[in-house]
Design a protein around this ligand. Structure first.
Ligand code: FAD
Length: 213
């Protein structure tokens, strides 16, 4: 299968980077083709604005979705957006690896989402959910948290599935992806080294069979 992994972590020795590197090796060893985007390493520019386009339809009043539809016709997306869109279009499975920031994705990944999933190419009027452009593809989140699992219950932080719902339902399923179970590693900094090593082993096991999930 063709698998695309996006990493949003600024430190190459972090546990997120270990999960990312482990995933690349495990998937390649299992015979999958892997493409990646390491957003901090490549200094991805996350601010979504006029620079998304090499040419504007209406330079006097910037309206992103209108410009996106125009750019699909004119092929005028900026090079950084085009290369990411190609990887999304290429893959069968997309994985986002990130630390939970404020119950959401880090800003660099939010910017990537804002820029890459353009109207007219990844969704359109009536082309969402079961009719989205990414129907037939799968996606899932691999997330680490600072907070312990016992806090991710309804009467404290809220259930992790509710926290991830805006990403699952508002982005991935909206685009047509079938969403697989998230890989959530709680309070990763407080675990013993041996526990983290076991987590990496379990991650390899899951990824070996990811094609059948
Ligand atoms: P790291 O600190 O990089 O790694 C943990 C440990 O694993 C380190 O000791 C590292 O050396 C070790 N390690 C690295 N590689 C390996 C390896 N191969 N084998 C074994 N050990 C290894 N948390 C929440 O719960 N909810 C929030 O809403 C939230 N919001 C945040 C907002 C911001 C702006 C920030 C900065 C943090 C927030 N956090 C939140 C905390 C954040 O989610 C955690 O700090 C993060 O998930 C930890 O992951 P990490 O990869 O950065 O850990």
């Amino acid at each position: 299968m063709k698998i695309f992994i996006v990493l949003a972590h600024p430190e190459e020795k972090s546990f997120n980077s270990a999960l990312f590197n482990t995933a690349v090796s495990a998937l390649e060893e299992a015979g999958h083709e892997v493409k990646t985007s390491n957003l901090y390493q490549t200094n991805f520019q996350p601010v979504s604005d006029k620079r998304n386009f090499t040419q504007l339809k209406n330079a006097g009043f910037f309206k992103q979705q209108e410009e996106e539809k125009y750019a699909v016709q004119q092929n005028t997306f900026s090079a950084d957006i085009l290369s990411e869109q190609e990887k999304v279009a290429w893959c069968d499975i997309m994985i986002w690896q990130f630390p939970l920031y404020w119950f959401s994705v880090p800003a660099i990944l939010k910017g990537w989402i804002d820029k890459v999933f353009t109207m007219g190419k990844f969704y359109d009027n009536g082309k969402i959910y079961d009719h989205g452009f990414s129907v037939g593809k799968k996606a899932f989140l691999s997330v680490t948290t600072g907070g312990p699992e016992k806090n991710y219950v309804d009467d404290k932080y809220g259930n992790i599935n509710s926290i991830l719902f805006p990403i699952h339902r508002g982005i991935l399923e909206f685009l047509g992806f079938a969403v697989l179970k998230p890989e959530v590693i709680y309070s990763v900094e407080k675990l013993a080294d041996e526990e983290r090593k076991m987590i990496l082993n379990n991650w390899v096991e899951r990824l070996r069979n990811i094609g059948s999930e």
